[in-house]
Design a protein around this ligand. Structure first.
Ligand SMILES: [Zn+2]
Length: 291
């Protein structure tokens, strides 16, 4: 039952792109478009016991700490700025309360939130990352399954920073978000946008397709529709401008072009300039409110 839409369950889909796992295994995957709801998704989807193999790499930046070298240093510096931006964006206009960060990695966001008096809970599937995150927060880092044991309407704020595209059980996840958020509570979702200029430019070599780690590929229309159908209202859309540079740089590397840093910086700049007009940023942050 691999080839069904993870959102609406339709089997009617057309293949849009053939994408290689440039990052690790060099295996090929298809990206399909659901002809019923429009969502793009990766097939085949690795089984639960195999998916971990695709994350096993020294270079999977998001789960590593204390890296050496120029690029990791730049990445770390940008990450710090990005973190401040993310915290501001997510917490703007609300009082500190209970926050859940799903896919919390090594706990960067939770650590920041805790210093601003938030009571933190995290979800993290990687055991290594989970152990690090647990040391950095007083709150509990749990497994995704354990979310079901948490009472309804528990959190004031739920965040998923570049995580929803990795989620295998999309429908279950969105329902949990809806259930766990307090009335008038906030859900913040950041995901890559396949309608962005850098996505259109790099096509199958766009690094943010990142198959098969990314199973769902969103744009403004599909993501908003999915949340709206669960009674979550879109309040605001924002951007993570650094992502255009990072994704363009990674894409240049996949193309094995010379000067990937320079070319990536240029392409990222073009993407951000175009997005100022179109709103099609490389990554988009969606702020939803539960009614
Ligand atoms: Zn669908």
């Amino acid at each position: 039952m691999n080839n069904i839409c993870p959102w609406c369950g339709s089997e009617k889909a057309q293949i849009k792109l053939l994408v290689k796992d440039e990052f690790l295994t060099k295996e090929d995957f298809n990206i399909c478009e659901c002809l019923s709801c429009g969502l793009l998704y990766t097939i085949p989807r690795p089984s639960k016991d195999k998916i971990g193999l695709y994350y096993k790499s020294e270079e999977y930046y998001s789960h590593k700490e204390n890296k050496k070298g120029f690029i990791p240093k730049v990445y770390e510096t940008i990450k710090k700025f990005n973190l401040k931006h993310k915290y501001k964006l997510a917490s703007n206009g609300i009082k500190a309360g209970k926050v859940l960060d799903i896919g919390c990695g090594v706990g960067d966001f939770l650590h920041t939130a805790e210093t601003h008096n938030w009571e933190c809970t995290g979800v993290e599937p990687s055991e290594d990352a989970k152990a690090i995150a647990q040391k950095r927060t007083k709150g509990e880092i749990i497994s995704s399954e354990e979310l079901e044991t948490i009472p309804d309407c528990y959190f004031d704020l739920i965040t998923m920073w570049h995580v929803l595209e990795h989620i295998d059980n999309l429908k279950w996840q969105v329902k949990q978000l809806q259930r766990l958020t307090k009335p008038n509570g906030r859900i913040v979702i950041a995901v890559p946008n396949h309608k962005s200029y850098d996505a259109q430019y790099y096509k199958e070599q766009w690094a943010a397709y990142d198959v098969p780690r990314h199973l769902n590929h969103f744009n403004r229309k599909t993501l908003t529709k999915i949340f709206k159908s669960e009674g979550l209202e879109l309040k605001k859309v924002d951007k993570l401008p650094w992502d255009a540079y990072y994704i363009s740089y990674m894409s240049e590397q996949y193309k094995q072009h010379s000067l990937p840093l320079l070319k990536g910086a240029f392409r990222g700049l073009v993407s951000n300039l175009k997005a100022k007009r179109t709103g099609e940023w490389s990554s988009i942050v969606y702020v939803f409110e539960k009614k």
